[in-house]
Write a protein that binds this ligand. Structure first.
Ligand code: GLV
Length: 328
């Protein structure tokens, strides 16, 4: 029997391709070319599955043009590149890569928080530029992490990981805001208490955003929310571009309405709002929160498990729209 055909839309570990080739006829993208939507549609003709990384948009237009497609396996926990309703309507399964990146991403959220609060990037640039001539008492004074109040917006698995690091490792008081409140046992484990969004923004010394991107979470933080924050506060976004109004944030940073920000994700990335590039009090990283080799391997493996699970044994591991399975 001939093997199902799949497409790997971006460059990935050779071991991932080798695993896929055990089960599928694979076309890959070893040179990591940027394919337009039309090119992606062309490449998908006659293919039942696609391995995506979060940057490929799967919507009704593409699905209409790719009638053989059965599954899109995202190597990312976030899946705002998928129009899930359109996928369900077309009988196409979507899968993501949750859990395997939780601790790595929580580590990074904490690293970015510390770099932001303690002005690590800004002071390193100063040193590299040869500007360090003498020590002074107030040089790059930042704000404390230990003993401060950490406000987490979005208390899923990654948010909980950040809460535990803050509460147990740094003695922080942790407050969180989420669509639904955690049960009491989980709140106790994270040493976190629930707060309204405005209360959190007014009270926290450090605000970390970990909410998924949906139309409802678009610009969760804009000018009005930034105005509620303390002038000494920091803001960290490891969630998705579009959760923060980047233009409003750049203005708030420039005017010192908040002290500093750390951003791993951007509206319209890989483009970055030009005003963010000109303010010193922001740490900018290129969407690398889950980037450790073991974690990226585990994410790729989970995407492979989903493709094999669905196209070979009809048992995907992490389906996003199980209605497709029920309708089969
Ligand atoms: C990364 O941003 C992911 O969603 O996995």
């Amino acid at each position: 029997m001939s093997k199902p055909k799949i497409l790997v839309a971006r460059s990935i570990f050779p071991e991932t391709i080798a695993r896929l080739e055990e089960h599928f006829e694979v076309e890959s993208n070893p040179n990591d070319e940027s394919w337009s939507k039309a090119r992606l549609i062309e490449k998908l003709q006659g293919r039942q599955g696609v391995f995506t990384t979060g940057s490929e948009r799967i919507d009704a237009e593409l699905l209409d043009a790719c009638p053989d497609l059965k599954i899109c396996a995202n190597m990312a926990v976030g899946y705002n590149n998928f129009d899930i309703d359109a996928m369900t309507a077309h009988g196409v399964l979507g899968t993501n890569a949750p859990d395997v990146l939780t601790e790595t991403t929580a580590d990074f959220g904490f690293a970015l928080l510390m770099a932001t609060a303690r002005r690590i990037a800004e002071s390193e640039h100063f040193l590299r530029a040869g500007k360090w001539e003498k020590w002074s008492y107030d040089m790059f004074s930042g704000s404390d992490i230990h003993g401060s109040t950490l406000g987490i917006i979005g208390m899923g698995r990654i948010g909980q990981g950040i809460a535990k690091r803050g509460a147990h490792g740094f003695g922080m008081k942790v407050i969180y805001h989420n669509r639904s409140r955690l049960d009491a046992a989980l709140e106790a484990e994270c040493k976190a208490s629930y707060a309204g969004k405005d209360e959190l923004l007014k009270t926290a010394d450090h605000v970390v955003l970990v909410v998924p991107y949906t139309p409802a979470s678009h610009h969760t933080i804009g000018a009005a929310e930034l105005a509620l924050m303390k002038p000494t506060a920091t803001l960290v976004n490891i969630a998705r571009g579009g959760i923060v109004d980047d233009a409003a944030l750049a203005a708030a940073l420039r005017d010192k309405r908040i002290a500093a920000a750390g951003l791993d994700v951007f509206e319209g990335e890989p483009k970055v709002h030009p005003d963010l590039l000109t303010v010193p009090n922001v740490v900018l990283t290129p969407h690398i929160a889950s980037a450790t080799v073991p974690t990226r391997r585990a994410m790729a493996d989970l995407a492979v498990d989903n493709l094999v699970g669905y196209l070979v044994s009809n048992k995907p591991v992490t389906p996003l729209n199980p209605a497709v399975l029920a309708a089969k």
